[in-house]
Design a protein around this ligand. Structure first.
Ligand code: FAD
Length: 268
């Protein structure tokens, strides 16, 4: 059965990193009053390529649901069809459109909200930004329920830390939101964290376990408990390219984390 295609009109496009060629987009859905989705879900964008063949690519929504708008964060992939199609959409006069279906995906927050570690590299920050906007809305009640939320965000260079000021401002405002940006190839003068996200996540898990007096690795979960009844007090949400996701999952498993505690989305 053919999926229903929506038309999304570009309302704003901004290059948020020239070196990484990363763009932030705001789209408005035509003929719809609201677009409802869970933070962390993605849309499937559809467009014909130069040979007239329909191409479809997934893009995580980078904002919490708000009326009929949604935002994307996309970087150009060398010789990639869709990322360049989006990056080249004319911004002015406002009005370029794309076709899409969705929302799709299961990379969503567990209910109830627990302490959570959001781990992202590159444009893997997109669904994390949606989570964060939903948990800590600017114009509504806080949904974080006082749980500790860590965002561990890794990129190579300082210029590729997308939405840096937004996250810094939120961390200053919300004592239970902790923002750790780390660079794998920092230039001289970078005062922040260095190295890979995996190491920083490992460190904060060790510190948290010590603070709570918990053993590491954690003892295995009783296998007689049915999976649907498993409720953990902390989850990790990981998004980015497969190498990072795989290595982060392995690290967490090494701490005795259960696979149900590790929610992930791979972009490749
Ligand atoms: C669930 C999901 C959500 C996603 N959300 C986002 C998002 O929010 N922002 C975003 O920028 N991308 C996102 N992606 C990746 C996106 O779907 C495309 O794969 C990406 O934009 C490249 O598409 P393309 O048509 O430009 O390249 P293609 O024409 O498909 O590929 C060109 C070449 O680039 C390589 N390649 C493909 N994807 C990537 C990649 N992501 N990084 C590096 N090399 C790649 C391919 O192996 C190929 O050699 C997401 C992917 C998934 C599965």
């Amino acid at each position: 059965m053919a999926r229903e295609l929506y038309t999304a009109r570009l309302a704003h496009k901004e290059c948020i990193s020239v070196p990484a060629q990363c763009f932030h987009f705001v789209f408005v859905l035509e003929g719809m009053e609201s677009f409802s989705y869970a933070p962390g879900q993605f849309v499937s964008a559809v467009a014909p390529d130069q040979n007239g063949k329909q191409q479809t690519r997934a893009y995580s929504i980078a904002s919490a649901a708000k009326a009929n708008r949604f935002e994307l964060c996309v970087n150009r992939v060398e010789n990639g069809f869709f990322s360049n199609h989006l990056a080249d959409l004319p911004d002015l006069p406002v009005g370029s459109a794309i076709q899409l279906h969705g929302p799709h995906g299961h990379f969503v927050l567990q209910d109830p909200i627990t302490d959570s570690i959001f781990v992202a590299t590159g444009t893997g920050i997109a669904p994390m930004r949606a989570y964060i906007q939903w948990l800590f809305p600017e114009d509504g009640p806080d949904r974080s329920q006082g749980k500790e939320i860590w965002l561990v965000y890794g990129t190579r260079h300082e210029t590729d830390i997308y939405y840096h000021e937004e996250f810094e401002a939120l961390a200053n405002r919300k004592p239970n939101f902790h923002y750790l940006a780390t660079l794998s190839r920092p230039q001289d003068g970078w005062q922040g964290l260095r190295g890979y996200v995996q190491d920083h996540v490992a460190r904060l898990i060790e510190e948290r376990a010590a603070r709570l007096g918990q053993p590491l690795p954690q003892p295995p979960v009783d296998p007689s408990i049915p999976p649907a009844a498993l409720n953990f007090e902390i989850y990790a949400y990981i998004c980015g390219l497969n190498n990072m996701v795989a290595s982060m999952r392995e690290r967490l498993t090494g701490f005795g984390w259960h696979k149900k505690q590790i929610v992930f989305e791979r972009y490749d």
